[in-house]
Design a protein around this ligand. Structure first.
Ligand SMILES: Nc1nc2c(ncn2[C@@H]2O[C@H](COP(=O)(O)OP(=O)(O)OP(=O)(O)O)[C@@H](O)[C@H]2O)c(=O)[nH]1
Ligand SMILES: [Mg+2]
Length: 449
């Protein structure tokens, strides 16, 4: 995309935001208390799950502007479990609406999280934390009355980069030098290069057109020529951009064009290239725009084009990008077509694929780093969460954690990295002394979550 055009046109199509799922509520370590039962069994309810942060592609939006004002987003937390086996309530999801065509990346890993190309498509970008399990879950034959419960899992958090791919409502399509760039410069704040030689535009430009209560996005793409669908000129790449626009503004030069061309022959060339590239492009809603109405002979040619369009059932507007003549009428019509196209796209939400949940590749990895002599750090999303969910003040809970870490392969990974008994091991915010436990005598039947 043309940097200059983007900067000068106040068109924000990139944003970086921090998203955080709601924390899970803590499980409860309560016991039954009834008037006539001196000491009842465990009765701690589970914590509620924290809400997810979800991005949803909304066809009513056309920019990422609002995300450059507010950068931090957090979903609701789950509430804590209570005695009497009462579970906490789940936190509400936070739905962030973004324009269709937004590509989402994980800032840290660079992984592409999603390409939200369908209206209504959703992706979970930061999961809410699990609720901690209440003490009833930790009953075993040898531990009838567990005094511990899990803490809530913290919500995931990350910085994500949002980028709106070229996804215009309408694309200006036509032969070179017909005035596509001149039109976008006239109707938006975009300032592409304009010149009287073909192929002045080498990269697509986007412009936001302010049409009263709504706005829409127009793309100015490099000129197409005969054979573009075969790769001639700037070829395929730009036809692909056109594919993503709901409406085609087919621009034709009424001045006789370069090399004294006939506008009807020009229309036929572009039509052929569009349908040769993809059959559905020929069916795409199209408005024919006759440009350079100010030049000699243009009015007469315009009448012929208009008659032909009426016959062919295509809407037609004659304009001059140079003088501005005819432009308000054309914009009113285009704005209302864009609105209708967006509405019909929004009415097909069932086409949207199922919600996708992002899980970074690093999530399941157990990674040991040696910090210095006798000091190690263990990293891994799942491992770190096990630690964070443990009530470190409760010996029983810590012993339970140790067995889980061992089963997850932490002890083995530490040993491979050269750790010896007595060394210091950091996991998340907690530090332990590395000790090789006596041969596992733990009771079975515990869920590894
Ligand atoms: N007289 C007159 N000249 C125009 C008008 N619109 C564009 N031009 C001129 O036509 C030439 C080409 O205009 P551009 O806007 O660069 O054309 P383009 O379609 O973007 O061309 P490519 O980027 O090469 O495909 C320039 O010299 C413009 O000044 C118009 O309405 N009237
Ligand atoms: Mg141009």
């Amino acid at each position: 995309m043309d940097r200059t055009a983007r900067n000068e046109s106040a068109f924000v199509d990139e944003a970086r935001i921090h998203v955080r799922g709601g924390d899970g509520g803590a499980g409860s370590a309560a016991f039954r208390r009834e008037a006539h039962v001196p000491k009842g069994g465990p009765a701690g309810g589970d914590g509620g799950k924290g809400g997810d942060v979800v991005l949803e592609a909304d066809p009513a939006l056309s920019t990422l502007l609002e995300y450059s004002y507010k950068r931090h987003y957090r979903a609701e937390r789950g509430t804590h479990g209570k005695g009497g086996n009462r579970d906490g309530a789940d936190g509400a999801d936070l739905i962030l609406r973004v324009p269709v065509g937004t590509v989402v990346r994980d800032e840290e890993t660079g992984e592409t999280i999603a390409d939200l190309s369908q209206p209504g498509q959703r992706v979970v970008v930061a999961r809410g934390g699990r609720g901690g399990r209440g003490n009833t879950h930790f009953v075993t034959p040898t531990r009838r009355a567990p005094t511990f419960a899990e803490l809530g899992e913290p919500g995931e958090e990350r910085w994500i980069a949002l980028e709106l791919k070229l996804l215009a409502d309408a694309a200006l399509v036509g032969l070179p030098s017909v005035g596509k760039s001149s039109i976008i410069a006239r109707i938006s704040a975009a300032r592409p290069k304009i010149a009287d030689y073909p192929f002045t535009t080498l990269v697509p430009n986007l412009g936001v057109v302010d049409a009263g209560e709504s706005s829409f996005v127009v793309a100015d793409v490099p000129g197409l020529i005969e054979g573009a669908s075969q790769g001639a000129g700037l070829g395929h790449a730009f036809l692909r951009h056109i594919e993503r626009s709901a409406l085609i503004l087919h621009v034709v030069d009424l001045s006789g064009g370069y090399e004294g061309r006939d506008p009807l022959a020009d229309i036929a060339v572009i039509d052929r290239e569009l349908s040769a590239h993809a059959a559905e492009l020929a069916e795409r809603p199209q408005v024919v725009v006759g440009n350079k109405l100010d030049l000699p002979g243009a009015a007469e040619r315009s009448q012929r084009v208009e008659a032909w369009c009426r016959e062919a059932g295509r809407p037609y507007f004659a304009i001059s990008a140079a003088t501005g003549e005819g432009i308000p009428e054309m914009l009113r019509d285009v704005a209302s077509r864009v609105r209708r196209l967006r509405e019909s796209a929004a009415e097909r939400p069932d086409e949207a694929p199922a919600m996708f949940v992002y899980e970074p590749a690093s999530e399941r990895v157990v990674d040991v780093v040696r910090l210095g002599p006798g000091e190690f750090r263990v990293r891994g999303g799942r491992i770190e969460r096990m630690v964070i969910m443990t009530d470190m003040a409760n010996d029983e809970a810590v012993a339970y954690l140790q067995r889980r870490l061992q089963r997850a392969g932490v002890e083995e990974a530490l040993r491979k990295a050269g750790a010896e008994p007595g060394d210091t091991v950091h996991i998340g915010p907690v530090s332990f002394e590395f000790e090789v436990p006596a041969q596992d005598a733990s009771p079975g039947g515990e869920d590894d979550g």
